[in-house]
Design a protein around this ligand. Structure first.
Ligand code: AMP
Length: 145
């Protein structure tokens, strides 16, 4: 059901884009925003979203906006792999609640995976703010260095 519907401008990612809610920003330009997931499935779990598309999912998004998102996804994936040295990295995107979507603004997950840690797709708890800040600083240094 949630695959169809209208875009809700009050969703949390729309609030983050407007600056009405905080996030641990990793990258931003006029079209794309990347930030740390607040409930990380693994160390380094990041999200990349289009800023100018009121798109709930991959069916709604303008292909050009999607290309801009994917360019950042590829770059940030490389940075996460270089900096965190995971054993694998998952790039994922869910469409509709039955597929696991909980925030209805298109987003790409980048989830570094570490051997022996399992493949949880929804984390039970919020990340520790100090840990998230430290991780943000580390990744920003790698991204901008
Ligand atoms: P999905 O299940 O694909 O809709 O993923 C939504 C993701 O957004 C989940 O991994 C949540 O942990 C994450 N999330 C929800 N609220 C926030 C927030 N305020 N800041 C960062 N990530 C969030």
């Amino acid at each position: 059901m949630s695959l169809q519907g209208t875009y809700d401008p009050q969703n949390i990612f729309a609030q983050i884009i407007r600056g009405d809610a905080p996030c641990y920003t990793l990258y931003e330009d006029e079209d794309v925003l990347a930030f740390l997931d607040l409930f990380p499935q693994s160390y380094g779990h990041s999200l990349v979203i289009p800023k100018r598309s009121a798109a709930r999912n991959i069916l709604d998004v303008d292909p050009e906006a999607l290309c801009k998102v994917m360019r950042v996804v590829q770059r940030l994936t490389a940075v996460l792999v270089e900096e965190l040295q995971p054993d694998g990295v998952q790039v994922a995107q869910f469409n509709g609640a039955p597929a696991g979507q909980t925030v209805f603004h298109l987003h790409m997950h980048i989830v570094p995976r570490y051997s022996g840690q399992g493949l949880a797709i929804h984390a039970a708890q919020k990340g520790d703010p100090l840990e998230l800040e430290k991780l943000q600083a580390r990744l920003l240094q790698r991204l901008n260095g």
